[in-house]
Design a protein around this ligand. Sequence first.
Ligand code: HEC
Length: 258
Amino acid sequence: MSTADARERIDEGGDEPGAGGSDSVQGMHRAVVREHAEPRDGFEPIPFWVAAVCGALLMWGGFYIGSSSADFRRDVYDRTDLVGLTSGPVAQPPDPNPRTVDDLKRVGEQKYTTICASCHGPQGQGNPATNVPPLDGSEWVAGDQASAARLSRILLYGMTGPVTVKGRTYNGAVMPNQGNLLKDYEIAGVITYIRNSWSNKADADPAKPAVTADEVKAARAKEGARKANGSQPVTADELLKLKLDHSDTGAAPPPAKK
Ligand code: HEC
C-alpha cells in the first residue's frame, strides 16, 4: 500500500466537514482521481479490437512466411534469370556459331581431349588392338571419303560394323553417339579439329571450314526421327551411299579435296 493510499484511508475515517473527508470536495476529487487514474500519454490501455487485429495479423504473417519462405533459398525467388522473358519457356541464349577453322578447332580440341582421345588416342592414331580406327590420315576424316554429311552422321549417331581405314578393316567395336551429348556447333568443332590436326590438313581456307553447325543441323534434319541416343548407329555401307557433294539441305561448301 502506497503512502498516498494510506492517507486516503485516514481521510475517509475522519469525517468532519471541511476536514478533507469523503464528503468534502477534495475528498470526492481524491476518490475520482483514485478510481479513474488519469491515463498518461502513450500508456492508455489498448482497445480489445486493436489487440485482436494485431494478433490476427501476426498469425497471418507467420502462416505466410511458413508457407511461402521456400526454405529461405535465394534461388527460388531470385527472378534475375527471368529478365527478358516474354512468355512460354525460359528464353535460352542462342548457341555460338563459330565460323572460322581456328574458332571451330578451339571448341573441338577441348571436346576431343575429353571425349575422343581415350579411344582414338591423343594423336588420332587409333588402336588396332581394340578395333578403333585412326583419325590421323583417315580417308573418312580428311581424305576422299570425307564429307560433312558423313562425318556429321558418324558423330551424331555413332558407328558400327566393318569400316576400312588406311587399308585395314576395323570391325567389332562401336563408336558411341555424340548427338545427344554435344550441340551442333560442338560437333562441327570436333570434326574441324580432327580434319585439321596432326597430318590432316583438310580445310585449306581458314575462313571457310567445310563443316559448321549448319551442316550438322542439316544432317540431323535429314535423318528426321533417327535416334541420337546410340540405339541407331550408322554403318560404313550406309555412309558410302551418301553423295559426297553435300546435297543435304543447308549443307554448303564441299570439303577441300586432298
Ligand atoms: C569408345 C571409343 C570411341 C570413342 C570415345 C570415340 N570413337 Fe570414334 N570410333 C570408334 C570406333 C570403334 C570406330 C569404328 C566403328 C566401326 O567399326 O564401324 C570409330 C570410328 C570413327 C570415325 C570413322 C572412322 C575413322 O577412323 O575415320 C570417326 C571420324 C570417329 N570415330 C571420330 C570420333 C570422334 C571425333 C570422337 C569424339 C567425339 C570419337 N570418334 C569418339 C570408337 C570411339
